[in-house]
Write a protein that binds this ligand. Structure first.
Ligand code: NDP
Ligand code: MG
Length: 389
């Protein structure tokens, strides 16, 4: 008997969401889509609900409620609206697994609600762990729930750690393609346009994470994510540049052995690994051939060009609300950069400003995180507003 899961998919219309739907579509014996969530793309959401026969859908932005209701008027699909409803569909009794592919802080409360409700969790929304990894991991431990990472680096590390003892591990080595601006000299970063920064050489992803990859904020967030998922000290989490994006990450053991996980840069592999764990999908989109990649190269990160990576280590060591402050400032600044209201280099400047000015709480509760997140959004907006860009 194979295990079957009823899925609530949060962020169904996004990059990870649509690739998750590909997998669900191909494996009806393993998965049923019960609920789907989107923010604004109501037409796509209605189409998903119809194709998969979902029982309920949530649209985050209430402005699209009526269109969505009209589009599904001839079906039995229940239409819900807003953030409370997102948490609700992550917790109903008929759901076994929550796939969280929302972007940003909006993913945190639904993850917590899913944990409280005892759901299996496949987590793409790394911001959940960046902001509140302490609280989230403690809640998961209390409930005996494993959080299955969708992020390709963390999926790779999890695969390398299978069957190994925790005390044998020396370092986790996270690979980094370098993002869309890796060949752009540091002096030119201030003049980069959103269009240029959105052209990622290896991965086709949502806009926010593509910009985070260009600034290496994403890699910094992955260090924080790894700290929580694998309970590693920041000193034992390393980052190396690997432009080919074939080695998805590595684990270095104390005996000198290094295990790496390789494959095509295709998110279907880590998504299906999280969904099916401990099973694996029985076919790949495109089989990997080593002969297509006779040269795999590795180099150090240019810390001057990418200050965000060191800031991530710094906030991780500082703890408390520091990572939450970095995350909120980054969300506001990335949105401003995409809207051409600031320069790419203002993203890191906004993060630094917020870290210097926002309330720091050493042992935050979830209410503290909510409060600090809101405070930083206001701070970051006012900082960007006075930039005269
Ligand atoms: P996208 O922007 O492509 O998709 C985001 C999805 O979430 C969309 O369905 C969007 O709805 C929905 N959404 C966004 N905000 C809200 C909200 N406030 N309430 C309800 N729904 C919301 O993002 P990605 O798929 O690229 O990324 C998702 C997460 O996965 C991120 O945390 C990212 O860092 C992580 N990740 C992504 C990878 C990738 O390859 N894309 C790789 C590794 C991690 P709508 O479409 O209506 O706007
Ligand atoms: Mg990643």
């Amino acid at each position: 008997m194979v295990q079957h899961y009823n899925i609530a998919l949060l962020g169904a219309t996004g990059s990870i969401g649509m690739q998750t739907l590909d997998i669900i579509r191909r494996m009806p014996e393993r998965f049923t889509l019960v609920a789907a969530v989107a923010q604004s793309r109501w037409q796509e959401l209605a189409a998903v609900a119809r194709e998969f026969g979902a029982r309920r859908v949530v649209i985050g932005d209430a402005r699209y409620e009526q269109q969505l209701r009209d589009a599904l008027a001839d079906t039995d699909v229940e239409v819900l609206v807003g953030s409370e409803a997102i948490e609700y569909v992550a917790s109903t009794d008929d759901v076994d697994m929550v796939v969280n592919a929302l972007v940003g802080y909006a993913g945190l409360h639904p993850t917590l609600r899913a944990i409280e409700s005892g759901k299996r969790i496949a987590l793409a929304n790394k911001e959940t762990l960046v902001v509140a990894g302490d609280i989230v991991m403690a809640a998961a431990r209390d409930k005996g729930i494993e959080i299955l990472p969708i992020d390709s680096e963390h999926s790779a590390i999890k695969q390398c750690l299978e069957g190994e003892k925790r005390e044998s591990v020396r370092n986790l080595i996270i690979t980094c393609s370098g993002g869309s601006l890796r060949d752009v000299p540091r002096e030119r970063l201030a003049d980069v346009t959103p269009e240029e920064a959105l052209q990622h050489p290896q991965w086709s992803m949502g806009a926010k994470i593509t910009i985070d990859s260009a600034t290496l904020v994403n890699k910094g967030f992955e260090v924080i994510e790894a700290r929580w998922l694998f309970d590693m000290s920041p000193d034992n989490i390393k980052v190396v540049i690997h432009p080919q994006a074939i080695v998805h990450s590595m684990v270095e053991f104390k005996d000198g052995a290094v295990k790496a996980q390789l494959g095509n840069a295709d998110m279907h592999t880590p998504i299906s690994y999280a969904l099916l764990y401990p099973d694996r999908a029985l076919e790949a989109n495109t089989p990997f051939s080593m002969l297509d990649y006779p040269m795999l190269t590795f180099s150090d990160v240019d810390r001057e060009k990418y200050p965000a990576l060191d800031i991530a280590y710094e906030v991780l060591r500082r703890g408390g609300t520091a990572p939450c402050i970095m995350n909120a400032a980054n969300e506001v600044a990335v949105a401003a950069f995409l809207a051409k209201r600031c320069r790419l280099t203002d993203i890191v400047a906004t993060i630094r400003y917020a870290l210097d000015n926002a309330t720091f709480v050493e042992r935050p509760t979830i209410e503290d995180y909510d409060r600090v997140d809101a405070e930083v959004r206001t701070l970051a907006e006012s900082y960007i507003g006075q930039l005269n860009y």
